[in-house]
Ligand binder design. Structure first.
Ligand SMILES: *Cc1c(COP(=O)(O)O)cnc(C)c1O
Length: 413
């Protein structure tokens, strides 16, 4: 095992790998090399155990029963809220709303702010957004007559800052920006972007689905009104995510869905909603998933998000360095500040074939448009292959990826 990063003394990647049972298997007779972490990450045993323990010992509905199991389940659920609050450095637990994921959180906000958007108002996004941070705003525009403005990017996949600034006007009523692009890896200078928007009084939502497993996030330091992420990209189960919203913002938003657990009183004449955050959590939530999310954050915090980031950066550096030896390989997304994502195309080989042929070598990469068709259009490619790295990936796996690509080029002649 060649560990070249400066954290090799403290960062024990083999120990981390041993915490992820799924990694220990062969695919098509080759050791699994899992490099599709930007689509979803694997789960450590601690997260799996938290689900098993919950269902084996504590399963009950929350916030209702007075019985012991319900009290235990409620406590575990609310503890997870506290864990997310601390992880994001939100000022209050009330600012954390559990959702199905980043997508639902963005839809919740787009629905909630519709109250103060009128015809002719503008919503600002960027050209590198995931479909989840495009479509809900298009739907909002359709509903209200507002106009969607898209800040452009350059050939490296970086946001053009002057153009971004020029798009902010009195008409701008809301902005939604990705912290880190899932298709390109670009990390946006969101603190400066938020400051710019705030100079014009524009509230902003940050799509942190991709950033959250790789970058320490402090929502108070950022000052954004909203920050959203999905658990499943953060080593937590699928079907759980969170919305951070500043308390006054959440309070002035209408609920997204109606039902049980989001009301304090219902008659057929009038319903009084619960307080924030419960007014946004209608129905029985994903209790097990929420507890699993808490367990995932505890696990990450033990390893240390800074150490994880340093390890992943060294994997990316190694991959970029190695890929220079492959003439037919073109990296899509070469921002100066980028996370551990290597999107690429190979001359004369369709990305789909790359995905399939890599799988035959035990290597899981993503091939497709990565839910970012406008990004693909901008770069003039139908799709890319994407290797995305996580805390448990190794430099040897990067080498396996590169060897796999070389094999493939050879096969295609
Ligand atoms: C994955 C992703 C989303 C959507 O997350 P879901 O888990 O599918 O809700 C949104 N934005 C970015 C940048 C993503 O990577």
């Amino acid at each position: 095992m060649i560990e070249t990063n400066s954290n090799s003394m403290t960062y024990d990647v083999e120990k981390i790998r041993s915490d992820f049972p799924v990694l220990n298997q062969q695919v098509h007779g080759k050791p699994l090399v899992y490099l599709d972490n930007a689509a979803t990450s694997q789960k450590p045993q601690a997260v799996i155990d938290s689900l098993v323990n919950y269902y084996a010992n504590d399963n009950a509905n929350i916030h209702r029963g007075v019985h012991t199991l319900s009290e235990r389940a409620t406590l575990a659920y609310e503890n997870a809220r506290k864990t997310v609050q601390v992880f994001l450095n939100a000022s209050s637990e009330k600012e954390i709303v559990f959702t199905r994921g980043a997508t639902e959180a963005i839809n919740l906000v787009a629905n909630g702010v519709a109250e103060y958007i009128s015809a002719g108002d503008e919503i600002l996004i960027t050209a590198m957004e995931h479909h989840s941070n495009i479509v809900p705003w298009q739907m909002l525009c359709e509903k209200t007559g507002a106009i969607l403005k898209v800040a452009p990017i350059n050939e490296d996949g970086e946001l053009l800052l002057e153009e971004f600034e020029a798009l902010i006007s009195k008409k701008t009523k809301f902005a939604a920006l990705s912290h880190m692009s899932n298709a390109l890896g670009t990390i946006n200078p969101i603190k400066s972007l938020i400051n710019l928007l705030h100079l014009s009084g524009v509230p902003v939502l940050i799509d942190g689905a991709q950033a959250i497993p790789h970058i320490p996030v402090d929502v108070q330091a950022l000052g954004c009104e909203f920050y959203v992420f999905s658990g499943h990209k953060l080593y937590a189960p699928t079907g759980i995510g969170a919305l951070y919203g500043q308390l006054d913002q959440l309070e002035k938003m209408v609920p997204y869905q109606g039902g049980g657990d989001m009301i304090s009183m219902v008659t057929f004449d009038k319903t009084v909603y619960s307080k924030v955050p419960y007014k946004f959590e209608a129905g029985t939530p994903n209790i097990a998933g929420t507890i699993g999310l808490g367990a995932a954050i505890d696990y990450i915090s033990q390893v240390g998000i800074d150490a994880i980031a340093a390890h992943e950066n060294s994997l990316l550096e190694h991959a970029v360095e190695q890929s220079k030896n492959i003439k037919k390989l073109r990296i899509i997304g070469t921002a100066k500040n980028k996370g551990a994502i290597l999107s690429f195309v190979l001359d004369g080989i369709h990305p789909h074939d790359i995905g399939t042929m890599m799988d035959h070598q035990g290597i899981a990469v993503r091939a497709g448009h990565h839910c970012a068709m406008p990004v693909m259009d901008f770069f003039g490619v139908p799709a890319t292959a994407r290797a995305s790295f996580a805390m448990y990936n190794t430099h040897e796996e990067v080498d396996a990826l590169m060897a796999g690509i070389e094999n493939l080029i050879e096969m295609f002649g």
